[in-house]
Design a protein around this ligand. Structure first.
Ligand SMILES: Nc1nc2c(c(=O)[nH]1)N[C@H]1C(S)=C(S)[C@@H](COP(=O)(O)OP(=O)(O)OC[C@H]3O[C@@H](n4cnc5c(=O)[nH]c(N)nc54)[C@H](O)[C@@H]3O)O[C@H]1N2
Ligand SMILES: Nc1nc2c(c(=O)[nH]1)N[C@H]1C(S)=C(S)[C@@H](COP(=O)(O)OP(=O)(O)OC[C@H]3O[C@@H](n4cnc5c(=O)[nH]c(N)nc54)[C@H](O)[C@@H]3O)O[C@H]1N2
Ligand SMILES: [Mo]
Length: 749
């Protein structure tokens, strides 16, 4: 058994439901984070570690990608409850040793919950599952690399898939894509494919760069902030501090969300005296409790109402396509809009009036907009409204997709993408190697290829592919169909226990740990690049950094000579290469040595320069596809509880939503419960219905009567991933529609 870890897999035995909270954070929040940290790390290690979090000279929080204030303006406690939990997961004192794997067969582990697997502690030793074995057993590093290298050379490069999750440092990401492309494929799916891909696609097309256009300072200066499809109280808690600051400087905040999320209603800032004892700051001035999927009609109606307030000089100087857009929005079908959004015309008119008055508006969004069939058109419609009012490239205004993983944006900048990177020619010239030009597999295509036998090798640097991807049963079968699966990981998870014929676990250093090659760098959601220095002793002497693993694997696989061993020994050496190849990184080393790091150039933000074909920002015409559910059906969205980091389950509570001791719950509006003849507290199976005719079932969920928009339902991911059809993806971005699943609820006897 892993040292100190829970032995009992408790499941939902103690599930309790109480009324949702009306405010987020405050002292109870911090105490919860500290308690979680102390349970895993002890008191002294918790204090020493958390005080280094997000500090200059310390390490970047492995939680979300929300930026830190400039070094001089940082609090000594520049972390949140959920950052503390994320750190505790990694800096835990619990260890998984080879004896653990001798004791537990893979079939045994496959029967455990995600929570239990994660609670067993850090992986410490490279392990292999050989063909015909049901156990992982230890393997030396050199043997591991030789085994993987031989397998890679036995298949065609395009039969291999190389996944990345968004915690990988810039340096490891650059080395990884170089290795994969030198090997011969662009099969580089990443977690972005399931996350902000729709934002990237929509922004690239309309403003010529797939990244948000605001800085943290802009958020502080904004007059109006519209937060759409995002739950910052749980997923970006430090954003609440920025919203509070803006609010205190006079900003108005509008929330657009089917759920009344505590963190959007009121914030008790634990760093401020009135947050400790008082009622805190009320945040959203206007709360649009929209129906799931109603955002495109909403922004179309806002655009219609704002046409008389168009910023003509901005439009004439910087944009194209306005006439066609204005024609499309000249009229609005109010009956359809009210029905599709679940909002009243008056509510929408009030928000339009706020937008018309404001000369500094920011729209923030996250997964509530990106994981639907019409995500790309919806985000383009958000862009339309911002362009209409000239709200880009000026202080306090802009577009703000709030990223998830702490370095997911940096990984993309470093070339983790399934198409050839923009600087492919430069790399070929620099290293005299040939790089593949054909498009590789993103996540959904990778699953199809493994399912159909076109891909036979799967490797992941981080992440938990089996649990994060849609259509769980299909994904598990696809992974099992591989000849070899390879996992570079810190913690045990579902993907390790649904292996290919041969499977290897390569345990790596986390961000909190000392790395002999120096500090790494990351890029946050607002294009700021800075250093992250681990300080803790590694969880085991047998760990390698991600960069070392990639370098050694490259040497065991490739016949082309590249200076892998010098890169492995020194992050500055690989930064030197990045500086030569990736635009914006000149003088990389010098720019990340000072504490604050540097912010990458962003044409639209810095100088209203749009790198589209004609140099203009583009209005688009987006068709509204109405959604009409058959009788008795609800539109299900899958979301995060307050006690999880994606597939890592920290605990079984969702405090703000009043849930404790369990996760198999489904939130439904009281009116829908009444019309469906169902009662709060009863048990149902959730059955998803899609046009392929396959019925996907998630059994045994407790109904929770909840303030959620009528016609909608909500459940947690990853439990609900079985319901998301693999082929149900967003137009243009191919993101699984995790927030648009038509379901019926079947009572269980
Ligand atoms: N503690 C913690 N922090 C995290 C994560 C975590 O799991 N835990 N995950 C990280 C990652 S990778 C990401 S991408 C982000 C995710 O951050 P979020 O996007 O905040 O994550 P979700 O829980 O998926 O929440 C989506 C929100 O969108 C709303 N929503 C759902 N459907 C719709 C819709 O149709 N329209 C509108 N307007 N709203 C809708 C939901 O009610 C919910 O409030 O957080 C990052 N930070
Ligand atoms: N139904 C549904 N599905 C979804 C979503 C949803 O809202 N609904 N959200 C999607 C989104 S936004 C995302 S981003 C994906 C997330 O998908 P992933 O990024 O694949 O999943 P995570 O849960 O973040 O990965 C956790 C694992 O990463 C490993 N890990 C942690 N830190 C490190 C490290 O420093 N190095 C290495 N090598 N490994 C590390 C640990 O082994 C841990 O088990 O899921 C997507 N799936
Ligand atoms: Mo994400």
């Amino acid at each position: 058994m892993a040292k100190n870890a829970p032995t009992d897999d408790v499941g939902d035995r103690d599930l309790q439901v109480s009324p949702p909270k009306q405010a987020a954070a405050g002292v109870p929040g911090v105490l919860h984070g500290l308690a979680a940290a102390q349970a895993q790390m002890g008191v002294r290690r918790s204090a020493l570690t958390l005080l280094k979090l997000n500090q200059a000279g310390g390490f970047d929080c492995p939680g979300c990608a929300w930026p830190e204030p400039a070094p001089g303006k940082r609090s000594h406690f520049e972390f949140c409850e959920n950052g503390a939990k994320a750190v505790a997961e990694e800096a835990t004192l619990r260890r998984i040793t080879p004896e653990f794997f001798a004791e537990h067969s893979i079939s045994d582990l496959a029967g455990r919950s995600d929570y239990w697997l994660g609670q067993q502690g850090r992986l410490t030793t490279p392990m292999i599952k050989r063909a015909d074995s049901d156990h992982y057993e230890p393997i030396g590093w050199d043997d591991a690399f030789a085994t993987i290298g031989a397998q890679l050379n036995a298949v065609e490069p395009d039969q291999s898939v190389f996944y990345t999750s968004g915690r990988t440092s810039n340096e490891a990401a650059f080395a990884y894509q170089l290795f994969v492309r030198a090997y011969g494929t662009n099969n580089l799916p990443d977690c972005s494919n399931m996350c902000h891909e729709s934002s990237g696609v929509a922004l690239m097309e309309t403003i010529g760069i797939g990244k948000g256009s605001v800085t943290l300072e802009d958020v502080h200066q904004a007059k109006l902030i519209i937060v759409v499809g995002q739950n910052p109280g749980t997923n970006h808690p430090r954003m609440l501090t920025a919203l509070e600051k803006a609010k205190k400087a006079g900003a108005t905040i509008v929330a657009v969300n089917p759920l009344l999320e505590a963190g959007l209603m009121r914030f008790k800032n634990p760093q401020a005296p009135d947050g400790v004892v008082g009622r805190g700051t009320s945040l959203a001035d206007e709360y649009l409790q929209i129906r799931v999927g109603g955002d495109l009609p909403l922004f179309a109606a806002l655009g219609h109402l704002l046409l008389p307030h168009a910023d003509r000089s901005f439009i004439d100087s910087y944009t194209a396509g306005f006439e066609a857009y204005a024609e499309a929005r000249a009229t609005v079908d109010w009956a359809m809009t009210e029905e599709q959004t679940g909002l009243t015309r008056e509510q929408i008119e009030r928000v339009a009036a706020l937008m018309a008055e404001s000369d500094a508006t920011i729209v923030c969004w996250a997964m509530g907009l990106t994981q639907r069939s019409d995500s790309v058109p919806t985000i383009r419609e958000v862009v339309n409204v911002q362009l209409l009012r000239g709200m880009i490239g000026k202080p306090g205004a802009g577009l703000c997709p709030v990223r998830g993983h702490s370095n997911v944006q940096g990984d993309r900048t470093m070339g983790i993408i399934e198409s050839p990177p923009p600087w492919v020619d430069d790399i070929e010239r620099e290293f005299k190697i040939e790089m593949p030009r054909s498009h590789g597999y993103a996540v959904v295509d990778a699953i199809r290829a493994m399912r159909d036998g076109r891909a036979r090798f799967f490797m992941a640097v981080g992440g938990n592919f089996a649990a994060a991807a849609p259509d769980t049963d299909v994904t598990l079968a696809a992974l099992a169909n591989c000849d070899m699966t390879v996992h570079v990981s810190t913690k045990l998870n579902r993907t390790h226990v649904t292996p290919g014929t041969v499977s290897l676990i390569l345990p790596c250093l986390g961000r909190t740990e000392r790395d002999p090659a120096g500090f790494v760098t990351v890029e946050d959601s607002m294009s700021a690049v800075h250093a992250s220095t681990g300080r803790l002793a590694p969880a085991s002497p047998d760990l390698l950094s991600e960069l070392a693993i990639i370098s050694r694997l490259a040497q065991a696989t490739l016949s082309t000579e590249l200076p892998w061993s010098s890169w492995e020994a020194s992050y500055p050496a690989i930064r030197e290469v990045i500086a030569k190849i990736v635009p914006g990184f000149d003088d990389y080393e010098a720019k990340v040595t000072p504490r604050e790091g540097f912010t990458l150039p962003h044409g639209p933000r810095d100088s209203r320069e749009f790198r589209t074909a004609d140099g203009k920002a583009h209005f688009t015409v987006n068709r509204i596809v109405e959604r009409h559910l058959p009788p008795g059906r609800l539109m299900l969205q899958t979301m995060r509880s307050h006690d999880q980091y994606n597939t890592t389950i920290y605990g079984l509570d969702d405090r703000y939503r009043g849930i404790s001791g369990g996760r198999r719950v489904v939130f439904v509006n009281a009116k829908d419960l009444a019309s469906l003849g169902l009662a709060d507290g009863s048990m149902v199976d959730i059955v998803s219905e899609w046009k392929d005719g396959v019925e996907r079932r998630a059994p045994g969920f407790r109904l929770v009567e909840y303030p959620i928009a009528a016609g909608c339902a909500g459940a947690y991911f990853p439990e609900a991933n079985v319901l998301v059809p693999l082929d149900s993806t967003a137009e243009l971005s191919h993101t699984p529609t995790s927030k648009e699943i038509v379901v019926r609820l079947e009572p269980v006897a």
